[in-house]
Ligand binder design. Structure first.
Ligand code: ADP
Ligand code: MG
Length: 394
């Protein structure tokens, strides 16, 4: 178990806290502050328990140079409003300089400040030890709470922990609890629903989950590569040539491991990749040459949801169809509604899957929606994330 902010006596201590304030901006207006709001419980906990905080984050891709359009200044302003107390912004083109160090040293218990975008410094993404040491010099204890960046070994996510103790904030604690328990200690039957576009991207996840799940359901754009590997014609559907052999291997492996492996039996096909295109449902061995599969069919929905209703734990990664187009969102919506209703632990990983669940208004019906797209994928692959590995053990 990794230490969290609950395991520290914060009185008189200064936290250096890595948040995910990578918010969408229109000029200097924050168009969605959900990530700032998500950080509040950890920040408030620290301040209420007698700590002061130096906050840090990346924003966008300034590529190692100070670029005003990626400044965190608007975040400090919004954070101050949300917290109801001033979060001082202490900018520097070097991110950390003598002025920043002095401001950190002057912080009193219950006060917080924000430093400039850590990616203004080229050393950040190189996990440069000197930059990590500079960041560590700003406080006594490192608090990692940016799950979306935990799969990166950068100075502010990993390197800093070489110099000061490291614990997680509440966001990472929650990710580890739900993603970790689902994957490593699931209530059974344990089902995984995999979808999305490319087989190649998801192979490591599927391979890792095959060792753990009882049921593996595959939908989305990657099924056509599986169908092709079985000798079916797939018309103009998505094909991942590089994934063809792997698709065959996966089906063999699933059979060897006794995993119930489920592919669609019918699919919704269109003439073109467009919501305006005419469409119809076909059995998977009858896809016409001039059509492309964009969603799972009604029989498949029944088959998949019947299987999911038996599960006690479900991990879902990847939409069942092109959910961005209403005509091809039916399968994804049906799976989301099923997960919302069943009496099981439901964990959503993957940026597009999370977006789909939100689009259908079902986000609060899931047990956990992971906030890190790439990070949750790597977690599901069974990889140890650098930003988690550096945390102190209990
Ligand atoms: P996640 O972000 O949840 O991991 P992915 O990025 O792997 O998911 O995949 C999401 C994308 O897959 C969506 O943009 C969706 O439109 C696309 N997709 C799903 N089914 C199909 C399909 N049949 N043909 C083409 N693209 C598809
Ligand atoms: Mg995606």
């Amino acid at each position: 178990m990794k230490k969290t902010i609950r395991d520290v006596d914060w009185a008189g201590k200064r936290a250096v806290m890595r948040c995910d304030f990578n918010v969408p901006l229109d000029g200097d207006v924050i168009t969605d502050d959900i990530r700032i709001k998500a950080a509040l419980p950890s920040i408030e906990y620290l301040l209420e328990n007698g700590a002061s905080i130096v906050l840090m984050s990346h924003l966008g891709r300034p590529k190692g140079e100070p670029k005003p359009e990626f400044s965190l200044a608007p975040v400090a302003k919004r954070l101050s409003e949300l917290l109801g107390k001033e979060v001082k912004f202490v900018p520097s083109d070097d991110v950390v300089d003598d002025n920043v160090k002095a401001a950190a040293a002057e912080l009193k218990a219950g006060e917080a400040m924000l430093i400039e975008n850590v990616r203004f410094k080229a050393g950040e993404t190189k996990n440069d030890p000197d930059f990590a040491k500079d960041l560590a010099s700003l406080g006594d204890i490192f608090v990692m709470d940016a799950f979306g960046s935990a799969h990166r070994a950068h100075s502010s996510t990993a390197g800093i922990a070489d110099y000061i103790p490291a614990v997680s904030g509440f966001l990472i604690e929650k990710e580890l609890k739900f993603l970790g328990e689902a994957v490593n200690d699931p209530q059974r039957p344990f089902a995984a629903v995999m979808g999305g576009a490319k087989v190649k991207d998801k192979i490591p996840v599927i391979t890792n989950l095959l060792d753990k799940v009882d049921i593996l359901i595959v939908g989305g754009g990657m099924v056509y590569t599986f169908f092709k590997s079985q000798g079916y014609s797939i018309g103009k559907s998505l094909l991942d040539e590089e994934g063809l052999e792997l698709a065959g291997d996966i089906m063999k492996l699933a059979a060897e491991k006794g995993v119930k492996f489920m592919l669609p039996v019918d699919v919704v096909c269109a003439d073109e990749f467009s919501n305006d295109s005419p469409y119809a449902t076909y059995d998977v061995d009858e896809i016409p040459d001039d059509k492309m599969g964009l969603d799972i069919g009604a029989e498949t929905i029944k088959l998949f949801t019947d299987a999911l209703k038996t599960a006690k734990t479900v991990v879902w990664n990847g939409p069942m169809g092109v959910f961005e187009m209403d005509n091809f969102a039916v399968g994804t919506k049906a799976i989301a509604e099923c997960l919302a209703e069943i009496d099981a632990t439901t964990v959503i990983g993957g940026g597009d899957s999370a977006a789909a669940v939100a689009k259908f208004g079902l986000a609060d019906k899931m047990t956990h929606i992971s906030t890190g797209g790439g990070a949750s994928l790597e977690f599901l692959e069974g990889k140890e994330l650098p930003g988690i590995a550096v945390l102190d053990d209990k």
